[in-house]
Structure formats: C-alpha cells, structure tokens
Design a protein around this ligand. Structure first.
Ligand code: ARG
Length: 613
C-alpha cells in the first residue's frame, strides 16, 4: 500500500532521526495525506468498488489526537457490520506509521483517533520555520478565479456602518483567498446609477451650474447634505419632479452636460470613500452599477425570449419559484418598470453574466447585510433558470448582521444622527491615543510623538476591525469602544500585546532560528510545548474551513487559542533560562513559530502589527 500511496502521488519521506529530519513537500499537506491513507485502507479492507468516504476531520479535543476518522460509522450501515468491526478492519490496513502514532486508538462506537507522531510534528515545524511567508502552507492548485463583491457604498449617500462591515469582512475574505493562491478580483459594486441621479443633477444645475460645464475641481461640500437638500426640493415641487425625470432620460441618452454633472457627483463621493479605504488599508476595483448599464436591455430581452419574463401592468417581471406572497400568489421579481427603467436586480443579473462569462469567475461572493438575502436568492434563481451562468459556478451571498449601539438599539451618535464612518474610525484612534498615553505615564515610559501616533492608528483601527471580525458574522453585534479597546479578553489590543511580547522574548534570545533551522535538533518534551506546536501547525486546516465557510471569527478564535496556549507554555517552560542550550533553542523556535502564526493571522485579518507596544 506504500507503493499504492506513491502511485497516487503521495510521496513518503526518508526515515527521520536526529538532524536528518526532512519532509517531502507532499507530506506537508497533512490532512490530504491522512485522507489518502484512509481511503487506501478502506479500499484495501472492503474492495475498490466501495465508496471510500474517509470522513476525516480535525480532532475536536486534544485527547483525541489531531484527526478523527468517522468513516466506520458511515460504512457500517451499507456493509451491515458493527462500526467497531469496520474500524478495526480499516485500522488493520492503515499504513500511516510515517506520520501517525500506530496503531491508532479506536474510541467509542468506532471512531478512529489519529495522532501525529512527535517526529512528524518536529519535521513539519522545521519546514514551517524555513518558510517565513507561508509557514509551509501550499497554494491551491489549480487556483480558482473568484470575484468578491464587497463594500459597495452608494454615490451621494452616507457610507454607513453596514458598508464598514462589508468592507472589513470582504477584505479579510479576499486576503484569505489570495493567500491560498486563488485569483481574486475585488469588486466595488458602487451604487452610481439610477433614477435618483435625475434629482441630483437637476439640483446641481440649480445650485452650481458651472459643474455641468466643467465640474472637475468643484467642491460641493458634504454630499450627504447635498442629497438631503435635493430630496427636499424634489418632494416639495411637482415641477422639479417632472424635470428630474427628464434629466434621467437625458443622462441615459448620454447627454454631455448631464454626464458631466453625474461624474462630478461620483468624483466627490469617491474622495470620501477613498479616505475610508486608505484608513482601513483596503484595495478595491470600482465597477459600479453604471458599468452594467449597456447590458440591461439584453438581459430583459433574453428573459423574454426564454419565456421567463412576462408583462404585468406594463412592467416586465419573472415569477419566482418558492416565493409566495401572503395571499398565496406567486411573487414576481421586477426587472423593468413600466416607464422603461431598470432595477437593482436587473443590474445584478447583468453582472452575473459579465462576471462568469467575461471575467470567467467560477465563484462569486456577495458581502452584504442579511437584509439583502431575499434579493440575492431571487436574483440567483432567475439567473440559474435563465442559464446566465455555467452550472459549475457557485454564487454565494455572504450575509452579515446589524451593527447596534451599546444598548442594543440602533447605532447612532449622541445627537441621534447616523454615524459617519470617518468619524467613527477617528474616534477609535483618539481613544486609543488617550489610553496609550496614560499607560506610558503610569509605566514611566517615554515614546516619541510619532510613535504614539503610529501605535494609536494601528491599534485603533485594529480594534474596530477585530471587534467586527471576531463575531459570528451573521449575528448582530453591539459596537462598543470600551469593549473593543480593553486589554483583556479576545480583543485587538490584547492580541497585539501578546504578539509583541512573544516577539520580544524571541528577540531577547538573540538567535536567528530561521538561518540555522536545518541544524536545529528540536527537543519538545513538555506537554505545553507539543500542544502549542501542534496547534500552530493546524493553521492550514483552519484556512481550509475558512475557504468554504467564509467566517473570519473562526480565525480570531484560533488566534486567541494560540495566545492562550502560549501563556501556558511560557508559565511552565522557561525560555532564556532553560536547562540546556538545546532546550533553549527549541523554545525560541516555539516562540518564533507562535509569533509567525499570529503575524500571518493578523495579516489575513487586514490588521497591522507592532513589534513594541
Ligand atoms: N450598494 C448596495 C447597498 O448599499 C450594495 C451592493 C451589493 N452588491 C450587489 N452586487 N448588489 O446596499
């Protein structure tokens, strides 16, 4: 079966003794190897016709080892055998001594507990330490073309906390998928088109006519105020309403003046959006709703041809499967209004076609609040029935919950206004600065004002991001500066301090582990050492879960666990005063591995780190 393993591309590695520990790169992908060996064993035990569902998952508890294999539970039924007997038969054929302790323990009714050998763990650790950037984590092959549609604020409207969540979560997901080697296109589906522009451009004509002649360097001030004024004007004057409608038609027809006004408005908003993206260190490609405008007509025509869109009181709509109104009638999705105007959903349908056919994406993620779940379900359904995308493509709505105030009510400023994003971020930085300055005074430390600024910026923004990401994204969460800035518990400041401290310990050792890792003769005898190392080396499996579940809180929980295990290690194992040089070096290597694991986690969350706090 070793020969079999080789035949399927799992290369075994040389006997590992002393310093000769070296893993074949294929062996680094621990789970993949374990799965393959289990599959081989199932086939060897029950014949090659059987469906060898290996059911290998990371162990849920440390005492269960590193992996759990539940294959026997599944197979017992179809084989009409006792799960325990099936497990025994699998174990008998399992050829895994080169990476797991053998024979594996069979627990409960028939679970197989797999524990990596200390030798394997040490060899993998050395690999991880040599690969500074990736910690030995392989890129996906083949890579997938993935589009992430996130942030997506609306022109001339408030960029609100919902957009903040979308920006933070979306960026984090992009970073993870990019790290895994995927070809990611980050798209900002800005709301830059629609009937509201008639009103806005017309109002611009009234208050700043020069914008329509040459609007390039015009300052309209706060666009949200501008929007409110335009809306008030629109609401009070029927004549204005009529002209606004005409303005839309002009814009749609490509009238130069209207277009210039539209561009002026977009540019103004963009400046504000970009400020927020700069503060958050988020990069995005803007491809707003207007981009899909030329394709909308075709969408409706095709829906009609496929007999999906039907006329209903002059409008075009598609009757949906599985969506019924209260009176029991089938609910329609409107794709064109009776006045000829198109809908938010029409644009999304056009975008699906473009993204899958032109951009060739095979996975498209939409990061918006849960309030849009129905919208996406409906749009995806229509796109599927109309065959607007190949069946192999996966369209996924990635919903998130609301941001609430500390009292659980709507998130607002003290004066009751909606919170401006930039103010919110500034406030976090200001509070951080106050905290840091006070702590330095207490500790009698002095830092340059530049450094204080830098720390406040990094920690303040980290606090906002981390507080968001560490929550299960689908639940609502309460925004609290006090909570996100405390130094205890699973917060950004705590984690950043933990990271800086570990770095500090490693630096004090004065040994560059990376440069001599090959000659390192690791001695990891204490349970706290092994437990921490094993956890750090599980990073690849955490990422595997994230890749499908898209839940950053899982990564935050992992980091917190790593930090906690580090504390236990540090309490029980002295590093710089270790009993021998070999033990000291091994422990420094553990510090290095832990720090790198945390550093990589932070970078995937989009959080900057500091070496000293
Ligand atoms: N602009 C929308 C909003 O603010 C979000 C757009 C989400 N993306 C999409 N393809 N519909 O609610």
């Amino acid at each position: 079966s070793r020969a079999q393993a080789r035949a399927v591309g799992v290369v075994t590695y040389a006997a590992m003794e002393g310093n000769n520990t070296d893993l074949d790169p294929a062996m680094l992908q621990t789970k993949k190897v374990v799965v393959q060996r289990v599959v081989d064993a199932i086939r060897a035990a029950f014949g090659s016709e059987i469906d060898p569902n290996p059911m290998v998952t990371p162990a849920t508890k440390e005492e269960f080892g590193d992996f759990q294999c539940n294959a026997a539970m599944g197979l017992a039924k179809s084989l009409k055998k006792k799960p325990r007997d099936v497990a025994t038969a699998i174990v008998e054929k399992l050829d895994i001594a080169d990476l797991c302790v053998t024979p594996p323990e069979i627990a409960g009714p028939g679970f197989i507990n797999l524990k990596l050998t200390d030798e394997y763990v040490k060899a993998k650790m050395k690999h991880a330490l040599q690969d500074k950037e990736r910690l030995g984590i392989a890129k996906r092959d083949p890579a997938q073309r993935i589009i992430v549609d996130f942030s997506s604020p609306n022109i001339a409207k408030e960029m609100h906390v919902g957009h903040l969540r979308s920006t933070i979560i979306g960026d984090c997901l992009c970073r993870i998928l990019e790290f895994l080697g995927h070809d990611v296109l980050r798209l900002n589906h800005v709301g830059d088109w629609g009937t509201q522009f008639g009103m806005l451009i017309l109002y611009l004509r009234e208050v700043a006519p020069e914008a329509l002649v040459d609007g390039s360097d015009l300052d309209l001030g706060d666009l949200v105020v501008f929007y409110k004024k335009a809306k008030a004007r629109f609401d009070e004057d029927p004549e204005f309403q009529e002209s606004a409608r005409k303005e839309v038609v002009k814009l749609q027809a490509g009238d130069e003046e209207s277009l210039r006004g539209w561009k002026t408005l977009c540019n103004q908003s963009r400046i504000e959006f970009n400020r927020v993206y700069d503060i958050l260190d988020v990069k995005l490609e803007e491809r707003g709703e207007s981009f899909y405008n030329p394709f909308l007509k075709q969408v409706v025509t095709d829906l009609q041809e496929k007999q999906l869109a039907v006329e209903n009181e002059g409008a075009q709509c598609v009757f949906l499967e599985g969506f019924t109104s209260r009176d029991g009638s089938t609910q329609p999705l409107l794709v064109q209004k009776s006045d000829g105007g198109y809908m938010y959903s029409t644009t999304d349908l056009a975008a699906i076609r473009h993204r899958t056919h032109v951009e060739k994406a095979t996975r498209v993620l939409y990061v918006t609040d849960v309030g849009q779940s129905t919208h996406f379900e409906q749009v995806f359904q229509v796109a599927r029935r109309a065959e607007f995308y190949p069946p192999s493509v996966s369209l996924e709505h990635v919903p998130f919950g609301l941001v609430q105030g500390e009292d659980g009510k709507k998130f607002k400023t003290r004066s009751g206004d909606t919170v401006r994003l930039r103010d919110l971020l500034d406030e976090a930085v200001v509070r951080c600065k106050a905290d840091y300055t006070r702590r330095m005074e207490e500790e009698g430390r002095a830092e340059t004002s530049e450094y204080v600024e830098e720390v406040s910026k990094v920690v303040g923004i980290a606090a906002v991001k981390y507080a968001d990401l560490k929550n299960n994204r689908v639940s609502n969460y309460r925004f609290s500066y006090d909570k996100m800035l405390t130094l205890t518990g699973n917060t950004a400041p705590y984690m950043l301090y933990a990271y800086a401290r570990i770095q500090g310990i490693y630096r004090k050792g004065g040994i560059d582990i990376t440069s001599r890792v090959t000659s390192l003769d690791l001695k990891l005898d204490k349970p706290e050492e092994m437990s921490l190392v094993r956890l750090c080396l599980r990073f690849d499996q955490i990422l595997e879960v994230l890749e499908t579940d898209l839940k950053p809180n899982f990564l935050c929980e992992y980091m917190y666990e790593v930090a906690s295990k580090f504390n236990a290690f540090y309490e029980n194992c002295s590093v710089l005063n270790a009993e021998s040089e070999r033990v000291m070096e091994s422990r420094l290597a553990i510090c290095d591995l832990t720090a790198r694991t945390l550093a990589l986690s932070f970078s995937l969350l989009g959080i900057k780190t500091l070496e000293r706090l």
